[in-house]
Design a protein around this ligand. Structure first.
Ligand code: FAD
Length: 531
């Protein structure tokens, strides 16, 4: 058994989350100031002949595959990070690889920006459209091309939903391991572009570790194949480079992933703590003991209460924190591991340690965790989901500092996250209708990300950089490193047309943000204007 919960059940939660997002959408539309920033290599917006491009696109795209009426563009104005909105110039919905090639060739010819879009569940604004660009939806690329049980691989089109791969593989006793909480909706193309993670990635790896092959199309319209069904391939590891590239290097049109046999048994233990720090230490103790859980998740008091009120998972609502630790494998492995984990949890001061009696209880325990985001959406008009990763030994101190920052900013923070990976998801609760609250939220979010970097971590665990964390890239990387990123981008996309303005900041932007690194007292790139 794997840790999936019923599709209809999750769908309900996802629908609620989307309704939270769209309720916010109706109330407040924010055009983020950063959108006006000139791009280092992108086109000048005023010079883009979108109308002429649309005329050329209509020659080969079916009538309903090109949208330009405002009412048709609105559904594409944001992804899961609905605080940032922008109507695209055009939306293209191609169905074939040849159509994608032609679209990209024409966009290249007219120097029109292109933003690829999967299911639009991204949480960092990666699929935020460009006002003078084409939003290239891969929604119609939704076919499973092959399930190969002998090779244990699946080859699918990029618009296929993450969970649909496991559903298609299930009759062969196989499944696809990376399981983002959004798995009923998010697309595998979006997963590759974000290097998505999930509860089970602690043991089975992120998307990049489960990917064997890709087909993508360059901005010049060339079809490139990377990898295939085998484990290693000669040449530079471009497969890894494309993974997590956030639609900036090419448009993915086919994906081959590994499938794993379903484990014989899975069991979960819930541990309650009267202190957040103790829970943090317990995570470090489990990993330090050499146990590799299939999932090791933490929720703090606010998240526990929200989830319990919503799905009645049986969580101890008085606890300051809970850990959910799942082990899978053979019967013997799981029994042995469970005994070890229970002992460790007790030693670390857990006030309650409860093992799921059967699969129904196990799924109920996970249901609370999987529904935690929409559950938090019920207790606050808006929330902002952060995503940073830290070395696990710093969990306790970082959680303490987040709680202090929450007090300083007067904004509640709920923590629900992949503790085993050190991947934090602080959810900052705010009300977009209160003047200045979104700005304070963004500032607090930025502080949390910088805290992650300070302790040796990173500003993203699985949600990508997109628009959301672009300023913090200036904190994470030096000017020399960012320059290398730009060089790689330029090698694939010389005119900077693919998802411009996302993920990798210009050095000008870092100067403006005041975060160009100063080494040995010498200011890097002194020729850049400081604001
Ligand atoms: C409730 C909720 C829970 C979530 N939980 C998790 C989680 O546990 N783990 C996790 O990792 N994420 C999670 N996410 C975030 C999100 O689901 C993932 O980032 C997911 O991978 C995005 O997939 P998508 O198809 O929606 O991509 P989109 O949002 O459409 O796009 C994301 C990025 O990928 C690019 N892109 C999309 N398709 C292609 C393509 N074919 N070729 C090139 N570039 C492309 C876009 O340009 C954009 O930069 C969650 C989101 C929500 C709303």
């Amino acid at each position: 058994m794997t840790g999936f919960i019923g599709t209809g059940f999750v769908y309900l939660h996802f629908t609620l989350l989307r309704s939270t997002i769209s309720a916010f959408a109706r109330r407040k539309i924010i055009y983020h100031g950063d959108m006006s920033e000139p791009l280092s290599s992108g086109p000048a917006p005023s010079s883009i002949p979108l109308r002429e491009l649309a005329r050329r696109l209509r020659r080969f795209l079916p009538g309903n595959a090109l949208l330009d009426a405002p009412e048709d563009l609105h559904p594409y104005e944001c992804d899961g990070l609905s605080a940032y909105r922008q109507l695209p110039g055009l939306v293209a919905l191609p169905e074939t690889i040849e159509q994608v090639q032609q679209i990209l060739r024409l966009c290249s010819e007219y120097r029109v920006p292109v933003v690829a879009r999967g299911a639009g569940t991204g949480l960092s604004g990666g699929a935020l459209p460009h006002e003078n660009g084409v939003l290239l939806s891969l929604a119609k690329f939704n076919r499973i091309l092959e399930i190969d049980p002998l090779n244990r691989t699946a080859t699918v089109q990029p618009g296929v939903r993450n969970l649909a791969i496991s559903e298609a593989a299930a009759p062969h006793g196989l499944y696809y391991a990376p399981d983002p909480s959004s798995q009923i909706a998010c697309s595998i193309g979006g997963n590759v572009a974000e290097n998505a993670g999930g509860v089970h990635c602690l043991k089975y790896g992120l998307t990049v570790h489960n990917l064997l092959g890709l087909k993508f199309i360059t901005i010049a319209g060339e079809l490139v194949t990377l990898g295939g069904k085998t484990l290693d391939n000669p040449g530079y590891d471009l497969l890894a480079l494309l993974t997590g590239s956030e639609g900036m290097l090419g448009v993915i049109v086919e994906v081959t992933v590994k499938l794993l046999p379903k484990p014989e048994r899975a069991q979960v233990v819930l541990a309650a703590f009267d202190d957040l720090e103790k829970a943090g230490h317990a995570v470090a103790a489990i990993i330090g003991a050499g146990v590799i859980p299939a999932g090791l998740e933490m929720m703090d008091k606010l998240a526990i209460r929200a989830a319990e009120d919503y799905v009645h998972a049986g969580y101890p609502v008085e606890a300051q924190a809970i850990l959910l630790c799942e082990l899978d494998g053979t019967n013997e492995e799981v029994s042995e591991g469970m005994a070890q984990v229970r002992e460790l949890l007790v030693k670390q001061g857990a006030s309650e340690v409860r093992t799921a009696k059967d699969d129904t209880e196990r799924l109920r325990m996970w249901a609370g965790r999987k529904a935690a985001f929409p559950a938090v959406g019920r207790i606050s008009p808006d929330y902002y989901c952060m995503d940073g990763t830290i070395p696990r030994q710093h969990l306790a101190s970082v959680l303490k500092r987040i709680s202090e920052l929450s007090g300083e900013y007067g904004l509640q923070v709920a923590n629900v996250f992949h503790a085993g990976d050190g991947n934090l998801h602080p959810l900052i609760l705010y009300d977009a209708n209160k003047p200045g609250e979104l700005e304070r939220t963004e500032e607090l979010g930025g502080k949390i990300l910088e805290l992650c970097v300070e302790v040796g971590g990173t500003i993203t665990g699985e949600h990508g950089v997109g628009m959301e964390k672009i300023n913090q890239m200036c904190v994470q990387f030096t000017a020399a490193e960012l320059t290398q990123f730009h060089a790689i981008k330029a090698a694939f996309d010389p005119f900077g047309l693919l998802n411009p303005g996302k993920a990798v900041p210009t050095l000008h932007r870092c100067a403006e943000f005041g975060r160009l690194h100063v080494h040995g007292g010498k200011l890097a790139f002194p020729e850049l204007e400081r604001f």
